[in-house]
Design a binder for this molecule. Structure first.
Ligand code: GLU
Length: 400
């Protein structure tokens, strides 16, 4: 939890400046400064909003002379100096910040991914930590990995100037997920559900637990073994016990593992029980010592889901920042749409300069530094940003 006194002092400092600059301090302006300074969701809490309201009212009752007198005691960053990312309030001198970028190698890197990767790399550099790449390739059916994508993604990250400390593939970490699955079953936190998927969907929507939820650990262990060896796709899944009355049905006893019979390009037919994103990602973040997760805003609810897993294994959830999407004006944004356009011949390939992929940017002659500068200046906020290719090209020419 953030230190209230620290925030109150920062709020006071910003409010004094705001009042001097505009004749009156405004709570929203002070809140924005606090968000930038502390980079924490907690700033938006009612507690802190109320505190800011009080501080602003106090400051607005001061005379101009009093404001000037007080502001002389503060140090304000010069506007031009604020080019970097906001500092992380929870980092102390002894903490190194370890981040990871976790792409699905089912496509090539586009600017939206690059934004996350660059932010992760910047923070790891800022706080002397490590930046890891972790390929999330545990869905050979709906997100089949493209073998060339593993290398292409690393090449793109190197081109973008990311300093990679290590590369992992989730498909090579399956025994780890199995170990945790077994442990969660034995501890009574997970169970195998053999309900038909439509029944399971209805039960979850209505907040109703099925009979599988109360099976003994012995039965669950036996069914889990069957998931590893003989259950067919759709016959059984492994679920985490969360809260069947959670307001969001997708959080209710979410699925950790399922059977997929499609062949994987790397592990071939070796595994049939595959972890879903929330399970594999949270276990890996913990095992890899990640203390800062940066990911797209679409993952917000996944943070809520993963909190149950962290609590089941008795570990702390890493600090997490969910950032707004970054799109290029006038270009396709989704991987699936790009794939379609390539298939139909509308685009010549992933490196077509009309695609917002890193390879496309390279073919457009945009220097990586221009992309990095743009990403850092767009910051870690939740709002979407729309990049103007002409402006970026001009910026690139200036860099030179
Ligand atoms: N594979 C996920 C994605 O590309 C990773 C999300 C995360 O960073 O946790 O969206």
């Amino acid at each position: 939890m953030l230190d209230d006194e620290l925030i109150r002092k920062a709020a006071r400092k910003f409010a004094v400046k705001n009042a001097l600059d505009y004749g009156k301090a405004v709570p929203e302006n002070v809140m924005n400064k606090l968000f930038a300074e502390f980079a924490s969701k907690e700033i938006g809490s009612d507690r802190i909003r109320k505190m800011v309201g009080t501080v602003v009212a106090e400051v607005n009752s001061l005379t101009k002379e009093e404001l000037e007198e007080e502001s002389a005691h503060y140090v304000y960053p010069e506007k031009a100096e604020r080019t970097g990312l906001p500092k992380l309030s929870w980092v102390t001198e002894s903490i190194k910040v370890n981040t990871r970028f976790a792409p699905n190698p089912s496509g090539f890197l586009h600017i939206g991914h690059a934004k996350v990767a660059i932010l992760c790399d910047e923070y790891a550099k800022m706080y002397n930590g490590s930046f890891f790449v972790r390929f999330e390739d545990t869905d050979p059916k709906t997100k089949p990995p493209i073998p060339e994508a593993y290398k292409a993604i690393i090449d793109d990250l190197n081109w973008l100037g990311c300093s990679i400390s290590g590369i992992f593939r989730q498909s090579e970490r399956m025994e780890l997920y199995y170990k945790y699955a077994k442990r969660l079953i034995l501890d009574g936190h997970a169970y195998v559900c053999t309900c038909d998927s439509e029944i399971m969907r209805r039960n979850r929507a209505e907040g109703r637990a099925c009979a599988c939820r109360s099976n003994s650990t012995a039965v669950n262990t036996e069914l889990w073994e069957k998931m590893l060896s003989s259950y067919k796709e759709g016959e059984a899944v492994l679920r985490l016990k969360t809260d069947m009355s959670h307001p969001n049905p997708s959080v209710r006893d979410w699925i950790m593992m399922r059977v997929i019979e499609a062949e994987h390009p790397i592990t071939k037919g070796r595994y049939r029980a595959w972890p879903l994103y929330n399970f594999a990602s949270a276990i890996d973040d913990h095992e890899m010592g990640i203390n800062l997760v940066i990911r797209g805003i679409e993952h917000e609810v996944n943070g809520v889901k993963q909190a149950y897993l962290y609590s089941a294994i008795g570990e702390a959830q890493p600090h997490t920042i969910e950032v707004g999407v970054l799109k290029v004006k006038g270009m396709l944004a989704h991987k699936s749409d790009i794939i379609k356009a390539i298939k139909s011949g509308e685009l010549s390939g992933w490196d077509d300069p009309r695609t917002p992929t890193i390879a496309g940017f390279r073919n457009n002659g945009i220097p990586p530094k221009a992309i990095r500068n743009y990403v850092v200046s767009s910051g870690t906020g939740k709002n979407p940003s729309y990049l103007d290719m002409a402006k970026l090209s001009a910026l690139g020419r200036k860099l030179g």
